[in-house]
Design a protein around this ligand. Structure first.
Ligand code: KG4
Ligand code: ZN
Length: 361
C-alpha cells in the first residue's frame, strides 16, 4: 500500500511517499525560512501563498523520485492540525481533491503524532511502550506511548515551548529566525559557568515545564551586559586593535549568554525526561520535534539516560523538523487500522490537542 503524505502546517511544505512493508520511497521538502527570516518570524499569509505554489511541484518531484504514478497511490495523509489555519488548508484541500479524483481514501493526521512516531522510521527503532519528549516551536510535552493512537500526556509546558524559548532568547541576542539552530551555533563558542540562568519548575515534583521566565532572565543579562544590538562590525579602515578587541569581547559575551541559555533549557528537559522514565518504569525515551535536532540536548540525554540503563532514540536529523515523511508514515499506520475515509469534506484544526484526538477515536 502506497501512502502520499502532505505536511503544510507552518513554514515547510513536506511531501513523501511511504510504502507499507517497504518503507519510505521518497520525500521532498521546501523550507520557507529564507522568506520569513526578513520579518524575524513566520508571516502566516506569506506561508499559505508559498504552500500553494510549492505543493504540486513537490508532489510531482516525490512521485518522480520514487518512480510511482498517480494510479499506484492507495491513500493520501495530510496534516489536519495544529498549525496555521491557511497553511493547513492548502494541504487539506490538495489532499482531498486529489484523493477524490483518484477515488482513494484520505486521512487527517495530528502534526504532533507525526513527530511522535517519526523515530520509528529510523533504524534501530524503539518498541512500544516508550516515553516521548516532544519539543517543537509550539509544544513541549512528555507522553507515554503504548501504541499507535495510545498516548497519555504526562506533563507539558505551562507557558512557552522549549523551541519558543530558543527563538525568543535568540532574538534578544540579535540572532535571526529560526533562533534554535542559530543560538546553538553561537553557544558552541560560549564558555560554561559564566552566567547562571534560572531553571523554572525543575523541582516542581511534576512533569510540567515553564520557560517564559527564561527569556526575561536573558533580557536582563543582555541589558546588564550592555550589549549593542546588533553587534556593530568593525568598519573597513577602522581596524584598530582596540575596535577589534571590543568586537571580540561583545561576541564572546553573546556566546557565553547563548551557552547559559541553551544549558538552562536542556537541563530542565533532561531532568524531566529522566523523571518521566523513573515514574513510569519505562526505559526507552524518544525525542521528537525541531528542538530534538539540538546536538547538546542529544548528547546530554544519551549520557544521562544510557548511563542509567535506558535508551534514547532520535529521528534522523532531517526528520526532526517538519517533514512529509512523518505524515505519510503516521497515515500509513492509521490506514492499516481502517481509519481512512472517502468523505472528502474536510476541515482543519489550527488548535488541536493530542489528548482530544485520542479520546475522539
Ligand atoms: O518541529 P518544528 O520544526 O516545528 C514546529 O512544529 O514547531 O520545530 C521548530 C522549532 C523552532 O523553535 C526551532 O528554533 C527549533 O525547533 N530548533 C532548534 C534546533 N533546530 C530547530 N532548537 C534548538 N536547537 C536546534 N538545533
Ligand atoms: Zn513540528
Amino acid at each position: 500500500m502506497i501512502t502520499l503524505g502532505i505536511e503544510s502546517s507552518c513554514d515547510e511544505t513536506g511531501i513523501a511517499l511511504y510504502q507499507t512493508g517497504r518503507g519510505l520511497l521518497s520525500h521532498t521538502l521546501h523550507s520557507q525560512i529564507a522568506m520569513h527570516s526578513e520579518y524575524g518570524g513566520v508571516v502566516p499569509e506569506l506561508a499559505s501563498r508559498d504552500h500553494v505554489q510549492r505543493v504540486i511541484p513537490l508532489i510531482r518531484q516525490a512521485m518522480q523520485d520514487a518512480d510511482v504514478s498517480l494510479d499506484q497511490l492507495d491513500a493520501i495523509a495530510y496534516t489536519q492540525g495544529p498549525g496555521l489555519g491557511g497553511a493547513l488548508l492548502v494541504g487539506a484541500s490538495v489532499a482531498n481533491s486529489l484523493a477524490y479524483a483518484l477515488d482513494i481514501p484520505t486521512i487527517g493526521i495530528h502534526h504532533l503524532e507525526g513527530h511522535l512516531l517519526s523515530p520509528l522510521l529510523s533504524d534501530p527503532a524503539p518498541e512500544f511502550p516508550f516515553i516521548a519528549l516532544l519539543v517543537s516551536g509550539g509544544h513541549t510535552q512528555l507522553m507515554r506511548v503504548d501504541g499507535v493512537g495510545r498516548y497519555e500526556l504526562l506533563g507539558e509546558t505551562v507557558d512557552d515551548a522549549a523551541g519558543e524559548a530558543f527563538d525568543k532568547s535568540a532574538k534578544l541576542l540579535g540572532l535571526g529566525y529560526p533562533g534554535g539552530p542559530a543560538l546553538s551555533l553561537l553557544a558552541a563558542s560560549g564558555r560554561p559557568g559564566l552566567y547562571k540562568l534560572p531553571r523554572p519548575m525543575l523541582h516542581s515534583g511534576d512533569l510540567n515545564f515553564s520557560f517564559s521566565g527564561l527569556k526575561t532572565a536573558v533580557l536582563t543579562l543582555v541589558r546588564q551586559s550592555d550589549l549593542p544590538h546588533p553587534t556593530p562590525l568593525p568598519q573597513a579602515g577602522e581596524g584598530t586593535n582596540e575596535s577589534l578587541r571590543e568586537f571580540q569581547i561583545i561576541e564572546q559575551t553573546r556566546a557565553d549568554i547563548a551557552y547559559a541559555t541553551q544549558e538552562a533549557i536542556i537541563d530542565v528537559l533532561a531532568h524531566k525526561a529522566r523523571a518521566a522514565l523513573a515514574q513510569t518504569g519505562l526505559t526507552q525515551l524518544v525525542v521528537a520535534g525541531g528542538v530534538g535536532a539540538n546536538q547538546m540536548l542529544r548528547s546530554r540525554l544519551i549520557c544521562d539516560i544510557e548511563r542509567r540503563g535506558g535508551r534514547v532514540f532520535y529521528p534522523d536529523l532531517e526528520f526532526c523538523t517538519d517533514n512529509g515523511a512523518m505524515i505519510a508514515f503516521a497515515g500509513a499506520l492509521r490506514l492499516a487500522e481502517q481509519q481512512g475515509s472517502k468523505d472528502y469534506r474536510f476541515n482543519v484544526k489550527p488548535r488541536w490537542n493530542l489528548e482530544q484526538m485520542v479520546s475522539a477515536l
